[in-house]
Design a protein around this ligand. Sequence first.
Ligand code: AMP
Length: 248
Amino acid sequence: MKALVAVKRVVDYNVRVRIKPDQTGVVLDNVKMSLNPFDEIALEEAMRLKEAGVVTEVIAVSIGKTETQESLRQSLAFGADRAILIETQESFRSLQVAKVLKHIALEEKADVVFLGKQAIDDDNNQTAQMLAGLLDWPQACFASKVVYKEGTWEVTREVDGGLETLALQTPCVISTDLRLNTPRFITLPNIMKAKQKPLKVIPVQELNLDLKSQQNITQVTAPKPKPPGIKLDSVEALVEKLKTELKS
Ligand code: AMP
C-alpha cells in the first residue's frame, strides 16, 4: 500500500507576515519557512500507518521552487521513504496543484493520498477536495481519526455537534485536521539518514499538463491595525465605558 503525502513549504507560523509594497503578495525574502503544520500531521499519520504495517511506502511530494527541497529533506527526516519535488518558479493556485498531484498519484499508483486540510499561507482549504474530484476518488476531509480495516478506511471527522465516521474504499484522498495526531520530533540520526534517501526533482514542464491559471491575485492588503487596548481602574469605569462608548 503506497501513501502519497502532499507537503507545502509555507511561511513559518511564528513569522509576522509583511505585505510587499506593491501589494502583489507577502514578503518571502529572508523569511523563515517551514512545513505546513497540517502537512506534518499528514506525514505523521502516514508514518504511523507504516509502523502499523498498513502502508509499505510513504512518498512526500511538493510543488514549489528549488528551495522546497529543504522541506522535502525534512519530510524524509520525518520518516518518508522518498520524495518528489515538482519544480516551478510560479506560485500555483489550488487547481494547478491538484492537477499536478493527480498526475503523481496516478503515476505512482498511490493507494491513498494524505493532504493537510489547509495551507496556512493561502488558507484555501480546497486542494484535497479538488484532487479527489479530478481523480474521481472518494474523499474524507478534516480527519480526526483514521483506521484501516480489511480494505476499508474508516475516517472520523469532527462536525457540528459530534463526530461523523465515513467508510472509504481504496484508493482515496484524506485531509488531516489538527487533532488527528501530534507529529513527532525529528531526531539528529534521522536528519543524517534523510540525506541518503532519494529526492527526485522534476521540472513541471516535463509533466506536459495544462496548468494555465484561472485566477489572478489582483491585490493583497494588510488588515487594519487594531487600536491599542486601554487599562481601566475599576469595574465601574468599565461598565461606564461599555454604556457610553460601546453601547451599539
Ligand atoms: P490549500 O487547499 O491550499 O489550503 O492546501 C491544502 C493542502 O494541499 C495542503 O495542506 C497540502 O497538503 C496540499 N498542498 C497545497 N499546495 C501544495 C503544494 N504547493 N505542494 C504540495 N502540496 C500542496
